[in-house]
Design a protein around this ligand. Structure first.
Ligand code: ZN
Length: 180
């Protein structure tokens, strides 16, 4: 499924289409041979494809941003993924330093930190909202991007809806008509 397999002179779009059909065929064959459901067969085949991709191809694409400092994966050494969130090596180092600092702090410090956290004024909380809202938008955009990729790979809406535990009709409405 590499570009070298594309016939010379064939436009990329046509080639991608052929690849997609070919993938569908592979999935059907695998599903028939193994008795796995279509979605499982697809996942297994894609996993095999991904593991055969060279790290170089992956490195040059912006696939995610650090949820803490917003730097994209191509600007940092490492990006560690969690569900919907990422943290870069720089933020991990900073976090470690903060944790180290906290270890040295007295119980009085920790008391004051607690009261700072829980006794926030409404203005403080309002001040937190823009950053929280930006994070929520980023997570939503990322969810949409992954779902778009799955749809390009012909994953059923049902499988996607199942994965995020939201009714199919709502998932289609929310992610179906993405403006290009
Ligand atoms: Zn970061």
């Amino acid at each position: 499924m590499t570009h070298s397999e594309c016939a010379a002179g064939v436009p990329i779009g046509v080639c991608a289409m052929t690849t997609k059909k070919h993938l569908k065929h592979l999935v059907r064959v695998r599903a028939a041979q193994t008795g796995e459901p279509y979605a499982t067969a697809l996942r297994k085949i894609l996993q095999r494809k991904e593991s055969s991709m060279s790290p170089d191809t992956i490195q040059h694409d912006v696939i995610a941003h650090c949820s803490f400092c917003s730097k994209p994966n191509i600007e940092v050494e490492k990006l560690v993924a969690g569900p919907g969130v990422y943290i870069c090596n720089e933020c991990i180092e900073l976090s470690s330093a903060i944790i180290e600092e906290t270890r040295r702090s007295t119980s009085e410090d920790s008391q004051s930190w607690r009261s700072q956290y829980y006794d926030r004024t409404s203005d403080d909380i309002l001040g937190l909202l823009p950053a929280l809202s930006r994070s929520a938008k980023r997570v939503e955009a990322e969810l949409a991007a992954w779902i778009k990729l799955l749809r390009e790979r012909d994953t059923d809406w049902e499988a996607i809806a199942d994965a995020i535990d939201i009714p199919v009709s709502i998932v289609r409405q929310r992610f179906g008509a993405q403006p290009k």
